[in-house]
Write a protein that binds this ligand. Structure first.
Ligand SMILES: NC(=O)C1=CN([C@@H]2O[C@H](COP(=O)(O)OP(=O)(O)OC[C@H]3O[C@@H](n4cnc5c(N)ncnc54)[C@H](O)[C@@H]3O)[C@@H](O)[C@H]2O)[C@@H](O)CC1
Ligand SMILES: [K+]
Length: 499
């Protein structure tokens, strides 16, 4: 997993690398600028593009100056540089790069006030105004410049981070930010890239290596971790020779209601496709024939038997919630499952809403229980938050308080653990924003739990593979959740095979 850094940790990583590699800070800036050029060339391959590089006077601006020079060395020769000089401060590496730039003949314009902006006919703007050194909201001249640049509606490529976006912490919905179509960021994505509010700052990002000390970065403390494919490969266990269905556990899916039986079917079917040895669905009687034709491998536990107190002893995992409804019977079922207290449980959808209406049940959740709310379910359960940063911070507090794993759905799903980690899932795409998608995910988690994966791994595997299945279908505008299920067995096999 990639350890993500706050801006102050990034500064420490820069300083550590400079001291111990060793490398001069000017050479590190050169390395960062070269890495930017590498990504830039893939995105803007046409060397006669008109490019304007907007630079502040700190190190982000220093990068901008070096980038302009290196672009010229890479045959892009229609470049101009605009320096926003609204204060007398400039960093040493900015000054050194300005001297180097002056030798290239690239035209340099200084913007010292915002009464008149220089004419701008560039097709591409490179944003090197402010980077991770942002320490307050944009205001005054810099804010006017950013508003002006946004109004030009050009393609903007940001260096390290879009000007005005904080690297971490709540994103003010009214903040003035230079909107980038691409951000090329250094060594690690910024934590704030994973929150929906960052959509106003950037459309996509690419991460480039600049040569910071990886061992130092990975040893940093902090909850934010980014899941990689190798974590999935490391975690997945191959099916063994001489194994039988009993080896892979027995999952029970308690779900479905007359109007929402489909949720139960999708959930049980996804559980089956994710490798559980046996899957049983506890659904109302009017769903039996649908289940038998949709997924004949899935067995049935009559809802009436469970209500009468049927033992749960034989199930290795239980999923409860998809399409369950929130009536008295559903509440009784959830309470019955929680009182059993031995199962490995995943709670979703209506069962989360039942928890929200009966918060005393939260104290009955067994250790390492997984809940997988979307944003509305989360807010209903734990109260409203003003920003995603606040919401995920609250999830961290609640995960510790109730000893539970919270899988908070988002384009980048957050898996928040009682040990204080926030694992960010990188897979998935907007085509997956379709009803029923969460039911698939819940079935997958139940399946991995049944197969004895530790709960955090079960959540991580399910989130990653669910998203990866969606990414395999990226050519579809919207993806019916059933199609995700079809992808699962082969994807698991692929991640099991040696890389
Ligand atoms: N050696 C290093 O430390 C490296 C730094 N790099 C670059 O350096 C950047 C960070 O540079 P700096 O720390 O110099 O900071 P920035 O260049 O991001 O910002 C410059 C200065 O602007 C001022 N400022 C902050 N918020 C402001 C606001 N709202 N309005 C007006 N002024 C404001 C601050 O005094 C800050 O120091 C990174 O984003 C990256 O682009 C890279 O060159 C890699 C190596
Ligand atoms: K920037």
């Amino acid at each position: 997993m990639l350890q993500l850094l706050t801006s102050s940790q990034t500064r420490e990583a820069d300083a550590h690398t400079i001291k111990n590699k060793p490398i001069s800070s000017l050479d590190l800036m050169e390395s960062a600028s070269n890495a930017f050029i590498y990504a830039f060339k893939q995105d803007v391959p046409t060397i006669d593009s008109l490019i304007s590089v907007y630079c502040g006077t700190g190190n982000n601006g220093g990068d901008g100056l070096a980038i302009a020079r290196l672009l010229k060395e890479n045959a892009y020769d229609r470049i101009s540089v605009k320096i926003a000089r609204f204060s007398a401060k400039e960093s040493a590496d900015f000054s050194a790069n300005l001297e180097r730039l002056k030798l290239t003949g690239i035209p340099i314009t200084e913007i010292t006030n915002t009464d008149v902006f220089p004419e701008e006919n560039a097709e591409v703007i490179i944003d090197a105004l402010i980077g991770s050194g942002l320490n307050k909201a944009l205001q005054g001249d810099l804010k006017s410049l950013v508003i002006h640049l946004n109004q030009l509606q050009k393609k903007v490529i940001a260096v390290d981070i879009p000007t005005g976006l904080p690297s971490e912490g709540p994103i003010d919905p009214d903040a003035c930010i230079l909107k980038a179509s691409l951000c090329v960021c250094f060594q690690r994505p910024k934590i704030n890239f994973f929150f929906p509010e960052s959509a106003k700052a950037l459309e996509r990002f690419k991460v480039v290596e600049i040569g910071l000390d990886e061992q130092f970065i990975q040893s940093q403390a902090g909850p934010w971790k980014y899941i990689e494919e190798k974590d999935i490969r490391y975690s997945i266990k191959p099916r063994k020779a001489f194994s039988h269905k009993g080896t892979y556990g027995h999952a029970l899916i308690i779900a479905g209601y007359t109007e929402t039986m489909g949720a139960a079917l999708l959930c049980a079917d996804a559980c089956l496709h994710s490798g559980a040895g046996l899957t049983t669905a506890c659904i109302p009687e009017n769903g039996y024939s649908a289940l038998n034709s949709f997924a004949p491998e899935v067995m049935i536990l009559p809802r009436s038997e469970l209500i009468l107190g049927k033992s749960l002893e034989k199930y290795s995992s239980i999923a409860i919630g998809p399409g369950l409804g929130t009536d008295k019977e559903a509440t009784d079922l959830l309470e019955y499952v929680l009182n059993f207290n031995k199962a490995r449980i995943v709670i979703d959808a209506d069962a989360i809403n039942i928890l929200a209406a009966n918060t005393e049940l939260l104290t009955k959740l067994p250790k390492d229980c997984i809940i997988c709310p979307h944003v509305k379910e989360f807010d209903r359960l734990f109260g409203k938050s003003n920003s995603w940063w606040d919401r995920v911070t609250l999830a961290l507090k609640k995960a510790k308080e109730f000893n539970l794993i919270i899988l908070l759905k988002n384009q980048y799903t957050f898996i928040v653990t009682p040990d204080g980690d926030i694992l960010i899932n990188p897979t998935g795409n907007p085509g997956m924003a379709v009803g029923g998608m969460g039911d698939i995910l819940t079935g997958m988690i139940a399946s991995f739990l049944a197969q004895s994966y530790p709960a955090i791994e079960a959540a991580m595997l399910a989130a990653y593979i669910h998203g990866a299945a969606g990414d395999q279908l990226i050519q579809m505008n919207s993806i019916p959740p059933r199609y995700i299920t079809e992808q699962i067995p082969a994807l698991i096999k692929r991640f099991t095979a040696p890389d």
